[in-house]
Design a protein around this ligand. Structure first.
Ligand code: NAD
Length: 478
């Protein structure tokens, strides 16, 4: 039996939580039990221990890579650096990746990695040694490669670590033409794609906005249609939380509460996320932010804030049986992976809240990782071939219109109409289209099954159907 998550909030095995959501949804599908068991199971679990020299002494590091599903290859999923890492957590996160990829039509199986360290306790040199050794272990067992398994950043890791992994891979596999596709979330200069850093947070925004744009659903919740003026609370100002908050604010929502590990800050009139972020960087704590009307030293207080939309963007199992009843938000957008326990989910459904599930809502990261992988395999930046061609075409069209009408298009209008797409324009547009399309796929399942009372079950049914079909079409290797 897998160990429970050691996250301070966890009382529940994270993998069991995912399995329980799967089982609930599987009842609404028509697949035989054996196939459902196969879809649910983790296909390969690699648990490793390796030595690294830290401060002149040997330290044994515990780490994992799990490939949840091989029904599509490569496997895909981030690498978490945290003391909370254990086999159960990595298995759960890998399985979520399978359902997430299916949800947003990204042709990958789910994977996840984890290194059980507190990255803040190591120097940059030490972190590099740990990361490179981890990468070497993956290479030795064929657990990384553009066609087999493609990691990415997750909690506690970022583009710096991805660069070290890429360099280790290319050093150990010289001459592999597609080597850059062995990892995503890289710096732009190392084959990363523009828009990847903010992709998950931006995807969270697009997903919540899509729900808010459905008048029927908003009416049920007693909210007005549209994102503007909605009161939002965000837990965690890391990569996902910061960018989600940034895009909510940019599009007219009001950030009424923000939290970090040291506590929660409030202002019903709105907090400026960039100023809060700067304050955290300069003073080490968001609690020093002068623009807050109230502060508390409890990081979890943010979850109970008076708001319309709650965005947990830190870690799993933070909303459980103890605090679910106290949540005031009518929309809970799961930016983190697994922030709700199954009991919390049930309580919120009964309260009539809408939970937008992680397997859909935070899929912006893997969607844009997919774009990055495609860019690496094609060896060309998005927009490089067509940008100038389109601009020339658009300008020629404008000239014709001007000649025919005798009117001049203003410089501002010309800049918008004639603009040919840059890489970031195409990435944002691909992401927006994916988040909108997948939202409505899930909503259709929800609408079609009268007995499905939540979006997570609908998202699981949608994903299981796609994975099940794939298995049936491929057949079972003897
Ligand atoms: P991150 O390390 O960049 O940020 C996490 C932030 O949460 C940190 O600033 C940390 O201080 C803060 N935090 C931790 N515990 C907290 C608490 N109890 N209260 C308030 N703040 C707390 O990590 P991230 O990449 O933003 O990932 C966050 C979550 O989103 C994770 O569940 C991760 O699996 C998920 N996710 C990330 C991505 C991605 O592209 N990075 C994609 C999909 C899902």
């Amino acid at each position: 039996m897998a160990k429970k998550s050691t996250n301070a909030y966890a009382e529940y095995s994270f993998f069991q939580s995912v399995e329980s959501s799967f089982d609930k949804a599987a009842k609404f599908t028509n697949y035989e039990q054996g196939l459902l068991e196969q879809i649910k199971a983790c296909n390969s679990v690699y648990q490793m221990r390796f030595p690294v020299k830290i401060g002149g002494k040997i330290e044994v590091i515990e780490a994992y890579r799990v490939q949840h599903s091989h029904h599509k290859l490569p496997c895909k999923g981030g690498i978490r650096y945290s003391m909370g890492v254990n086999q159960d957590e990595v298995m759960a996160l890998a399985s979520l990746m399978t359902y997430k990829c299916a949800t947003v039509n990204v042709p990958f199986g789910g994977g996840k990695g984890g290194i059980k360290i507190d990255p803040k306790k190591y120097t940059v040199d030490e972190l590099e040694r740990i990361t490179r050794r981890y990468a070497a272990e993956l290479i030795k067992k064929n657990f990384i490669g553009p066609g087999t398994d493609v990691p990415a950043p997750d909690y506690g890791s970022g583009e710096r670590e991805m660069g070290w992994i890429l360099d280790t891979y290319t050093s150990m596999k010289p001459g592999e033409i597609d080597a850059a596709g062995c990892i995503t979330g890289k710096a732009i200069s190392q084959g990363g794609v523009r828009g990847r850093k903010e992709a998950t947070g931006l995807g969270v925004f697009y997903g919540v906005r899509e729900l808010c744009n459905v008048p029927e659903d908003m009416k049920k919740l007693g909210l007005t249609t549209g994102i503007e003026g909605k009161r939002v609370a965000v837990q965690g100002l890391g990569n996902v939380g910061y960018h989600a908050a940034y895009f909510f604010q940019k599009h007219g929502a009001i950030l009424v509460a923000l939290s970090e590990m040291e506590g929660t800050i409030y202002n019903p009139k709105g907090l400026d996320v960039d100023a809060v972020f700067k304050c955290k960087q300069e003073t080490g704590s968001i609690l020093n932010y002068k623009g807050a009307t109230k502060t508390t030293k409890k990081a979890s207080d943010v979850l109970e804030a008076d708001c319309d939309i709650l965005i947990p963007a830190a870690l799993e199992n933070v909303i459980d049986i103890n605090n679910a009843g106290k949540i005031k938000a009518k929309i809970i957008g799961e930016a983190a992976n697994g922030p709700l326990t199954p009991e919390a989910d049930e309580i919120l459904i009964k309260k009539g809240a809408v939970v937008i599930p992680d397997m859909y809502l935070n899929a912006g990261g893997v969607t844009v990782s997919y774009f990055e992988w495609l860019k690496n395999l094609s060896h060309v930046r998005y927009g490089r071939m067509e940008k100038r061609f389109q601009e020339n075409n658009h300008n020629a069209m404008l000239k014709t219109v001007e000649e025919m009408t005798g009117k001049k298009v203003s410089a501002a209008e010309r800049a918008v109409i004639a603009h040919g797409p840059d890489e970031v324009d195409l990435v944002y547009s691909g992401l927006e289209d994916t988040m909108i399309g997948s939202f409505h796929e899930i909503r259709e399942v929800y609408k079609a099954h009268k007995k499905i009372d939540d979006m997570r079950t609908a998202a699981f049914v949608n994903a299981i159907n796609k994975i099940g079909e794939s298995y049936l079409q491929l057949g079972i290797f003897p």
